[in-house]
Ligand binder design. Sequence first.
Ligand SMILES: Cc1cc2nc3c(=O)[nH]c(=O)nc-3n(C[C@H](O)[C@H](O)[C@H](O)COP(=O)(O)O)c2cc1C
Length: 349
Amino acid sequence: MVDEIQKILEYAKNAPSGDNSQPWRFKILKNSLEIFVVPTADNPILNYNLRGSLIAHGAILENIFLSAAKHGFGVEMKLNNDYLQNNKIASLVFAKDTLSTNPLATAIPNRSTNRTKYSTRSLDRAEITDFQKLSVSPAEVKILNTPEKIQRLAENLSLAEYVFLRTQKLHKLLFDDLVWSKEEELQKKRGLYVATLELTPPALMVMRMARNWTLMRVFRKIGLPSVVASENARVYASSGAIGAIIVPNENTNFISAGRTLERIWLHATNIDMGLQPLNGIVFLGMSKKTLATVLSPEDKKVVEEGLRIIYEEFAVGHNKTIATVFRVGQIIKAPSAHSSKGELVDLMI
Ligand SMILES: Cc1cc2nc3c(=O)[nH]c(=O)nc-3n(C[C@H](O)[C@H](O)[C@H](O)COP(=O)(O)O)c2cc1C
């Protein structure tokens, strides 16, 4: 059984995580598996109560369920509500079951983040319903597909890049996670690989220079943060829809949000659609304390107003919160590069 759980994990580990942080560790015990979070893997500024890491865990859990069924196993899961005390996310018990291959399972190795421009053909009602049907309770999926709404959301979502490049702590966070060369990427197998960002050669050159905060301050004076934000807004608006996964505002619901995101992403992969999560502003806004201590009063207002518009567009109900936002659309160009995933032996405890 240990060998089979290893095979299931080997297949499942191509899961998304913030900046490819892969914040998971595994412990195999005969016919069961314990999953732990690495609390330092994601930066705390963007990881209120480890909620970003929980979304990543939801995604890998979904991959494990799909992969187990493909290998002829059923899984019983027990989530651990005390994960902030002991880092344990879930225990899974595997039992022999009938073999079944969900089409979502076959997409697991092919899924990746696509940050290119997509076709602007709006998703139609049937395509939207197919995505919404994949939600895992209590997560709910709202998808907006009119050009006006996509444009308004794209502009407000790109405010994340605007404040990231204006704030020293966020600038450090962004640049610390970047991986600049193929060699470094293959060696680390984690971090945000620059080649996946789809930057034009001049943008890449500016980005290299902007690593230095002193230079970035000069760039800030001449308006670089606004230029980057409006360029990104153009890319985000080149989509067939922008969706949000909304949950009642409690930590463990972020696992259901991650499971939902992964199911949507795998389905998108199967129908040749690209997907990119756009979470900077939503994650920044999760903690009032972060907003008040990290941002200048002026930028705090910018983020709060952006969030107000995003929440208004998605008509988020009382006591509910947006766990993740994503853009989706018909692919015009495949991603220029892919992010590697860590070796299984290094993920075991
Ligand atoms: C919780 C979460 C948040 C993410 N936020 C963003 C984001 O704001 N912008 C973005 O371009 N990608 C985002 N991503 C995508 C990750 O950067 C990506 O999954 C990771 O680098 C691994 O690459 P892959 O998806 O191609 O396997 C996010 C992924 C997760 C799971």
